[in-house]
Design a protein. Structure first.
Lengths: 186, 303
């Protein structure tokens, strides 16, 4: 190979071209290595850590299985009633703090929480949980609204109370004079 | 390569698509060679030609597959910090496919799913990952669509509708359709919109630049720009919950089982049983997005 010819003045334009290609592609590879995350493409065309981060979010809403660990009697009552599909949080709220407290108490048996029925009041249930006999809880679902399926029990409160001959029509817990939340009966 | 295959296809008179895989010599794959039986030299040539073609084809493919195989372990080793999340390949091999069914004949519009979603996913006020519409078909033929308030219609200021004017009415919960061919995913310029191995469309908050291209691309309007983060936000079918075998928050919060979540690949799941029992449809089927969200509703009536 004639090196003299290659590095002569006649091939200056070629050398410039080679220089540009080499530095340009080198620069492009460097920029790409800086911009593309290391774990990109590990499980697909995305940053794998994003998948892990999203999956690691804590669950906020509590499922029934958590509640029924302690409140075993409720499951029996509810399973054969029209409220079988209704879950704890629909009426009692999410109860995340309540559950955290209960889990803490489980470590100290002397503070063990008792199920609602036989609760002796020793354990401080500082909760967002309400064990309420409020008609608003029932009516948040059962108020008759256009669009509800016929199979669903929707009522007009005033009519229903009148039909049943309720005495204290305006009382908050009027529903519970006849119905029990866990097994409402009909 | 294509040249050789063309010879094979044209010269052999085989028009079937799989002639490249199965040589014509034994008449199994092609539609039957139309040559006379005594034309043996031509047949020999075709047999040899197809053998050479297939052989060279496999030779060109071999180094490619070798590259792929050798690349993957090196990627895994390059970042040791992610080695503990070894569950992903297992999920891929199992091919988990999630599906969702919304039963418009059961929904009573209490709005409990909306509150649950907001609490679970920290969705700012005024925005929603899921919402419920009420379709009211009046007797005079007009259709009215309301948005169900989060506290339900019972306490809302929305004027009640006289039932005698209404032909029929029903509630339609809306959420991400988790399309198999998701338009939102395809338009993302920075690969922040991606599909998980389970087929769930997700947003990488670190990569998203908030250009809102995906918001416009989604034909179902489920994406929005979260004002708190500036990123695109969307329903993920509560990806973090379903990874722990919990149901999505809206499903957990539905008191009438109008929302059914489950695995489409498991014939024993409640979802598959419900899907088999009742006729269902998907939204905007003509767009070819292949949603994994199914509706119990008249096809084309709900949009």
């Amino acid at each position: 190979m004639n090196w003299k010819l290659i590095f002569s003045r006649n091939t200056r334009h070629l050398r410039i071209l080679v220089f540009l290609i080499v530095t340009g592609s080198g620069g492009a590879f460097f920029v790409r290595s800086q911009m593309v995350p290391a774990d990109y493409g590990q499980t697909g065309p995305y940053r794998h850590a994003a998948l892990v981060e999203i999956a690691a979010q804590p669950s906020v809403l509590q499922s029934d299985s958590t509640c029924l660990k302690c409140h075993t009697n409720v499951e029996e009552e509810r399973s054969e009633s029209p409220h079988a599909a209704v879950r704890c949080l629909h009426c009692h709220g999410n109860g995340k703090e309540h559950i955290a407290d209960a889990e803490k108490a489980a470590e100290f048996p002397e503070h063990m929480i008792s199920p609602a029925g036989e609760w002796d009041g020793d354990f401080r249930t500082h909760t967002d949980l309400f064990i309420t006999h409020d008609r608003a809880t029932c009516l948040s679902c059962h108020t008759s609204v256009v669009g509800m399926p016929d199979a669903f029990l929707s009522i007009n409160v005033a009519e229903h109370l009148d039909e049943q001959g309720a005495e204290e029509i305006n009382s908050k817990n009027v529903c519970f004079e006849c119905h029990e939340g866990h097994s409402p009966g009909l | 390569m294509t040249f050789e295959l063309n010879i094979l296809n044209n010269g052999g008179g085989c028009n079937s698509g799989d002639s490249a895989e199965q040589p014509c010599g034994d008449h199994t794959g092609c539609g039957g060679c139309s040559e006379a039986p005594d034309d043996s030299s031509r047949r020999q040539f075709l047999t040899k030609a197809s053998t050479i073609a297939l052989g060279s084809l496999s030779l060109t493919l071999l180094p490619m597959s070798g590259d792929l195989l050798s690349d993957e372990p090196s990627l895994d080793n390059s970042d040791g910090s992610l080695a503990d999340t070894g569950s992903e390949p297992a999920d891929q091999s199992e091919e988990v496919v999630y599906g969702f069914l919304v039963d418009t004949e059961r929904c009573v519009g209490t709005g409990k799913c909306l509150t649950a979603c907001r609490e679970e996913n920290n969705v700012p006020e005024g925005y929603a990952r899921t919402w419920v519409e009420r379709f009211v078909h009046y007797k005079d033929g007009t259709v009215q669509v309301d948005l169900v308030p989060e506290t339900g219609f019972a306490d809302s200021d929305i004027p009640p509708i006289a039932p005698e004017l209404v032909d029929r009415a029903y509630f339609v919960p809306k959420l991400c359709n988790q399309c198999e061919d998701a338009p939102c995913n395809q338009v993302c310029p920075v690969h922040a919109a991606f599909t998980s191995p389970e087929g769930i469309e997700l947003v990488d908050p670190d990569r998203c630049i908030g250009c809102a291209y995906c918001v416009q691309a989604c034909p179902y309007g489920v994406r929005f720009i979260n004002p708190d983060t500036g990123n695109a936000d969307k329903c993920t079918w509560c990806y973090h919950r379903i990874q722990r075998n919990e149901t999505p928050a809206c499903v957990e919060a539905c008191p009438v089982d109008a929302r059914v979540f489950g695995r489409l690949d498991d014939p024993e799941s409640e979802l598959r049983k419900r899907l088999a029992k009742i006729p269902t449809s998907v939204l905007k089927e003509h767009l070819g997005t292949h949603p994994k969200l199914h509706y119990v509703a008249k096809s084309g009536e709900v949009i």
